[in-house]
Write a protein that binds this ligand. Structure first.
Ligand SMILES: NC(=O)c1ccc[n+]([C@@H]2O[C@H](COP(=O)([O-])OP(=O)(O)OC[C@H]3O[C@@H](n4cnc5c(N)ncnc54)[C@H](OP(=O)(O)O)[C@@H]3O)[C@@H](O)[C@H]2O)c1
Length: 237
C-alpha cells in the first residue's frame, strides 16, 4: 500500500485531497493544528474504510513538524506523496501590520514547508527509487503569481513557495521525485469566508484541487507538471 502525508488535512482543500488519496487506496497521515477538529475529520474518512493516521501538529513549531514526519515514518514506513497544504492568511495593509501576524504566516506557509520537505526527503527518495514518481505538492495560490493588496505577507509566502518548489525540483529530479506548486484562486472553504463580492457558488471547489492531485499521480514518470493555476470560471485571470 502506498502512503501519503497531508498537512492542513482537517478541513477544506486538505481534507478533500486526503479523501481523494484514500479513495485511491493510499494510507494517509492526516495532520492539522486543532486535535478535536482533526479527529472528527479522520473519523469521517475512516467511516469510508480509509486507512487514516491522525497526527496533530502546529506547523509553526519546528518540533511538531519533525515529530509529524517521524510519526508518519513509524506508522507506514514509506512516503509516496507529501502534500504541504497547511496555510494561514491574515489580511491587512502593510502599514501597521503587526509583526506576530507576519511571523505566523512566514512560519506556517513557508518555513514549515521547507522543514517538512527536508524531513521527508529520505522516505520520498526511497519511493522515487522504487517507482520513479514520488510527489511533493505545495499549496501556493494565485496570490503567489500576482501579489494581492491587503494580503502582502500571505502573497509573499505563496510566491516563495513557487520558488521553493522549483528549487526542490532541481535538487531532487534525479531521484524520481516530482514537485508541483498548486495556485488556486478563491476556493470554497472556511479560509474564504471573509470574501465579499464573490459568492461561495462562484468559487472553485476543494474537490477540483483534489482532482488535480490525482491527475499528477496518473501522469507517467516521464511527465512532470511544475505548476497548476486554477481560476474561477467567472474570474478575470
Ligand atoms: N480557500 C482559498 O481561497 C485558497 C486559495 C488559494 C490557496 N489556499 C491555500 O489552501 C490551503 C488550505 O486552505 P483551505 O482553503 O482549505 O482552508 P481551511 O479549510 O481553513 O484549512 C486550513 C487547514 O490548515 C490547518 N492549519 C492552519 N494553521 C495551522 C497550523 N499552524 N498548524 C497546522 N495546521 C494548520 C487548519 O487546521 P486548524 O483548523 O486546526 O488550524 C486546516 O486543516 C492553505 O495553504 C491556503 O493558503 C486557499
Amino acid at each position: 500500500m502506498r502512503a501519503a502525508l497531508v498537512t492542513g488535512g482537517s478541513s477544506g482543500i486538505g481534507l478533500e485531497i486526503a479523501r481523494a488519496l484514500g479513495s485511491e487506496g493510499y494510507a494517509v497521515t492526516l495532520s492539522a493544528r486543532r486535535p478535536d477538529k482533526l479527529a472528527h475529520a479522520a473519523a469521517g474518512l475512516r467511516d469510508a474504510d480509509m486507512d487514516i493516521h491522525a497526527v496533530p501538529a502546529d506547523m509553526a513549531i519546528e518540533d511538531d513538524v519533525t515529530a509529524l514526519a517521524r510519526a508518519h515514518g513509524d506508522r507506514y514506513g514509506r512516503l509516496d506523496v507529501l502534500v504541504n497544504n497547511a496555510g494561514v492568511g491574515v489580511g491587512g495593509a502593510i502599514e501597521g501590520h503587526p509583526t506576530p501576524k507576519l511571523d505566523l504566516q512566514l512560519a506556517v506557509n513557508l518555513r514549515a514547508v521547507y522543514l517538512m520537505t527536508r524531513e521527508c526527503i529520505p522516505l520520498l527518495r526511497a519511493a522515487g527509487a522504487e517507482h520513479g514518481k514520488a510527489l511533493i505538492v505545495n499549496m501556493s495560490s494565485v496570490t503567489g503569481k500576482v501579489g494581492e493588496p491587503g494580503l502582502a505577507a500571505y502573497s509573499a509566502t505563496k510566491a516563495a513557495l513557487i520558488g521553493f518548489t522549483q528549487a526542490a525540483q532541481g535538487e531532487l529530479a534525479g531521484a524520481g521525485i516530482q514537485a508541483t506548486a498548486l495556485c488556486p484562486g478563491f476556493v470554497d472553504t472556511a479560509m474564504s469566508d471573509w470574501v465579499e463580492g464573490v459568492s461561495k457558488e462562484e468559487m472553485i471547489k476543494p474537490a477540483d484541487i483534489a482532482e488535480a492531485v490525482l491527475f499528477l499521480l496518473r501522469t507517467s514518470p516521464a511527465c512532470r507538471v511544475p505548476e497548476i493555476e486554477f481560476a474561477r470560471a467567472g474570474g478575470r485571470l
